[in-house]
Unconditional design. Structure first.
Length: 333
């Protein structure tokens, strides 16, 4: 089996070399291990350092976001014919020595997607600011509600993927990829496993490239989450909004008519009657939108299938190249 370790990187010259050197060269079940660094427009010496330490490098012309870098890494892993992929951050917060632990359930066919979990085991919760800990848990709760599965940590950037997972992944967000990956794979009924691991709570050098501003991170993450949920579960999304509007309309309407029965006049609380009618109209509009979006969801599912088979064709071409030439192809990005 061919394992590719994907490392998204933005100005991590001080830590990228140590991360690459710490990646195990021998992992049970893996015949070959390569490291692919996805440079997201670094302006320091990250690229040269990665090359000096033996990694393949694919570069973006400018900073596009860690989500875009992850997508590039997945595409390159498919082109290279990887059976298993691992992504790990370049900042040194995760221990590369734990890669075999993440890879094992995938290699054994027990999971399609395995993620390190910082919060599943209370004894392994890292030291980090309370606001970050609280935010991570709230996001995990939200993803759990949306997917109807229990997850403890959906924001960790240390994960392993099977070949089928790589072929099925279809992510849109450029800002980040962590939560969207859970939604995408859970809605496709892939087997997801969390493994508690000890990780650093804070970077050794510099500040986070993604969560430097917590409000910006929360806003962009929420946008990605709800866009993904809307696209995959349109009737649940629009139906929920319609139900909330209908219940508010029902309450206002009940108040309005109760006032009429008590006084015999509509005056005094006309605002409640108009508001109830307005909200009822929007409730109906959202319900109809949900029905229509649910119909169009079949088109999205067919497009997902086409994307899967196109990726599979690319992957099989890579395998044929490897078998014919007896060598491993190089990334084309």
């Amino acid at each position: 089996m061919y394992l590719i370790v994907i490392i998204p990187c933005l100005n991590e010259e001080k830590s990228i070399g140590r991360v690459i050197d710490s990646i195990p060269s021998d992992i049970a079940g893996m015949d070959k291990i390569d490291v692919l660094v996805v440079d997201d427009g670094s302006s320091d010496g990250s690229v040269q350092t990665a090359k000096d330490h033996g990694a393949m490098v694919v570069s973006h012309p400018f900073n596009m976001g860690v989500g875009a870098a992850f997508n590039t890494g997945i595409s390159e892993a498919i082109k290279l014919g990887a059976e298993v992929a691992v992504n790990i951050d370049a900042d040194g917060q995760f221990d590369p020595a734990d890669i075999p632990t993440l890879v094992a359930p995938v290699a054994e066919g027990k999971a399609d997607f395995v993620t390190a979990s910082r919060f599943k085991d209370r004894g392994l919760v890292p030291v980090m600011p309370a606001i970050k800990k609280w935010g991570n848990r709230r996001i995990a709760n939200l993803i759990s509600v949306l997917t109807r599965q229990k997850f403890y940590d959906v924001s960790c950037g240390f994960r392993a993927y099977s070949r089928e997972t790589l072929l099925h992944l279809n992510l849109i967000g450029k800002f980040t990829y962590t939560q969207e990956t859970f939604l995408d794979l859970a809605f496709k009924d892939m087997k997801i496993k969390e493994i508690p691991l000890q990780v650093r709570g804070e970077r050794e050098f510099g500040q986070s490239r993604v969560a430097g501003n917590l409000w910006t991170y929360a806003l962009n993450t929420a946008r990605i989450i709800f866009k993904t949920f809307r696209d995959y579960k349109p009737f649940r999304f629009f139906g929920f909004v319609a139900l909330v509007l209908f219940l508010i309309s029902l309450g206002l309407g009940g108040f309005f008519f109760l006032h009429y029965f008590r006084t015999g006049a509509f005056s005094g609380h006309l605002w409640a009657g108009f508001s109830a009618g307005f909200l009822l109209l929007f409730s109906i509009l959202f319900f109809v939108t949900g029905l229509l979006a649910d119909m169009f969801d079949r088109v999205r599912q067919n497009q997902e299938k086409l994307l899967y088979f196109e990726r599979r064709k690319m992957y099989e071409n890579s395998i044929r190249y490897r078998n014919r030439n007896g060598s491993w192809s190089e990334p084309t990005g």
